[in-house]
Design a protein around this ligand. Sequence first.
Ligand SMILES: Cc1ncc(COP(=O)(O)O)c(C=O)c1O
Length: 462
Amino acid sequence: MNETTGTPVIYEGESDSNLSPNRRNWQASQTDPEIQRLLDDDEKYYLRQSVSTPCLSAIKKAEGLWIEDMSGNRFMDFHGNSVHHIGYGHPRLIAAIKDQLDDLSFSPRRFTCDPAVDLARKLAEITPGDLGKTLLATGGSDAIEMALKLARINTGRHKTVSFWDSFHGAGFGGTSIGGEALFRSDRVGPLLPGTEHVPPFSCYRCPYGHEDRDGQPNYELCGLACANMVKYVLEKEGDVAAVIAEPVRALPYIPPPGFWKSVRDACNAHGALLIFDEIPNGLGRTGRMFSCEHFDVVPDILVAGKSLGGGILPIAAMIAHPDLDVAHELAIGHYTHEKNPVTCRAALTTIQIIEDEGLVENAAIVGAYALERLHAMKDRHTIIGDVRGLGMIMGLDLVKGADTREPNSAAADRVLYRCLENGLSFKTSMGNVLTLYPPLITTKNDIDHAFDIIEAAIAEES
Ligand SMILES: Cc1ncc(COP(=O)(O)O)c(C=O)c1O
């Protein structure tokens, strides 16, 4: 709470907050008694937190790219918590899960089973380079914790370098390497020691002051200051266990050319491992199976999650280089459901669906089409300061003025609720970036429909 104004503090992070005045108005407009009852009970029985409870609405159906609320309003879901790559409720996945339940529904630790082995084999096949030794968990946050442990064990060091403004999970490891005030509040107490942070690549608002004024970053001028800072910290610290980051930032921000190669070289030079968090953006979202493939850089450890369970079951994986398999006498993960045949079957079938339906290719083709449309939209509306994207990740950076590039969070929040009223759901990041994560099954027609809704909402701000 802001003690002077008495209004709640809104931390601008990777998602919109439920504390904004527009959210209050939206909630007041939810007059369906059934929805209202569920929202009230949800608030009564769940702890409130600023990016979930109180909730937006109550849904009764999720199918393909659509969600439907209790009163029958339908929303295209361009958020989907990044789990809905193959669309919600994919019939082939549901059938596979049902079959697996009939066949073998649990595998206690110390035993293995067909789906667990098949999944690990498949992950070794689809991840880049020699990555191929897996541990499973039920969520991305836990998989990140395992990756941090594995890096410590292998290097004998505990320090990490990660980006400010990043999110890597809600546990203490993820919170410590993450860079969002929303999670890192001093009210949660001391975080892990040695978790160094550097400003991330973000060419439109370069933290080193190198953004140019004609819409194109000038890499010659900036000399990749963002990559050099990672190098600098690795050298000065001298004993960093790992650099950990998302290859493509969720905001979204695409790295400048050569960024990851430079960081990979610096890691090699200073004995640090490179961990890529591909939890939201892996498995085809960017138009390649893993987003790091765009940059020809292979990490030592890759973490996947979210969509791995096909939007139905929770499963995440840490896939490491075989040389890191050195802790035979320790326990790194050891989670109760680590080789659960049902979640493993869901993950395996999800990957097969992504492959069989050509969803990686679709993400590349439809994503390129969408980006072109967004650039055209930017030419028509000065409030859109920047358009960024890769495959099925897109962001519209709303500004108060093209020259100041001052973030226009108030407008973004209004646009968000106008779009919801018109049947499109997405989230804002850092307050002012409309962040669009359509599922990989999205067609050009779907994009046209969604973007018409967005443009109409933006036009009201212009
Ligand atoms: C980049 C990134 N890393 C880690 C996580 C944590 O994953 P989970 O919510 O499955 O624990 C998330 C979740 O949003 C994420 O976006």
